[in-house]
Design a protein around this ligand. Structure first.
Ligand code: FE2
Ligand code: FE2
Length: 152
C-alpha cells in the first residue's frame, strides 16, 4: 500500500540519507552547503515532530510499543541538540564538519534502526485503522511544520 505510514516515513528517510551525503560532499563555507544544510535541518525537524505525533504517540498507546518509542524519542532529542549546535557554528570551520559527520552517522543509524526493527515490530502491534489514521496525521503535521519553517 503506497500511502501507508511506513512508506511515508521511509520516503522521508531516503531524502535524509541523500541530503546527508550531499551536505558532506559540498564545499565548506559555500552557499550550496548553507542551502543544503537548511533543507536537511528543516526536513529532520519536521519529520521528527510529525513522526512523534503520528506514529510514536500511536505506538506508545500500546504497552509493547513503549521501549521502542522511548528509544526513538531519545535519539530525536540527541539529533535536535546536535542540529542546534551546528546552527550556531561557523559552517566553514573544521569542527562543523566533524560534528556534522557525527550527526549524519546518527541520522543513518536512527533511520536504519526504525526500518529494520521498529517498523516491523509496529506492524505486529498497530491495527490497520491506527496505521491509516497515523498516515493522515503524519501528512498534515509534516506539511504544517514545513509551512511554519517557511514563515519563520
Ligand atoms: Fe525517527
Ligand atoms: Fe523516522
Amino acid at each position: 500500500m503506497t500511502d501507508s505510514i511506513y512508506n511515508a516515513l521511509e520516503a522521508d528517510h531516503e531524502t535524509q540519507r541523500k541530503l546527508c551525503d550531499d551536505v558532506k560532499a559540498s564545499e565548506p563555507g559555500s552557499d550550496s552547503r548553507s542551502q543544503l544544510w537548511t533543507t536537511l535541518r528543516n526536513e529532520l525537524e519536521a519529520h521528527a515532530s510529525a513522526e512523534e505525533q503520528a506514529f510514536y504517540a500511536t505506538l506508545m498507546a500500546h504497552p509493547k510499543g513503549t521501549d521502542d518509542t522511548r528509544h526513538a524519542i531519545e535519539e530525536h532529542q540527541q539529533m535536535h541538540e546536535m542540529i542546534a549546535k551546528l546552527d550556531a557554528m561557523d559552517q566553514a570551520a573544521d569542527v562543523w564538519d566533524s560534528l556534522f559527520g557525527k550527526l549524519a552517522h546518527k541520522v543513518v543509524h536512527h533511520v536504519d534502526e526504525e526500518e529494520a526493527e521498529f517498523f516491523p515490530r509496529a506492524k505486529t502491534i498497530l491495527s490497520n485503522e491506527e496505521e491509516r489514521e497515523a498516515a493522515k496525521t503524519f501528512q498534515t503535521r509534516k506539511s504544517a511544520e514545513l509551512e511554519k519553517q517557511r514563515a519563520a
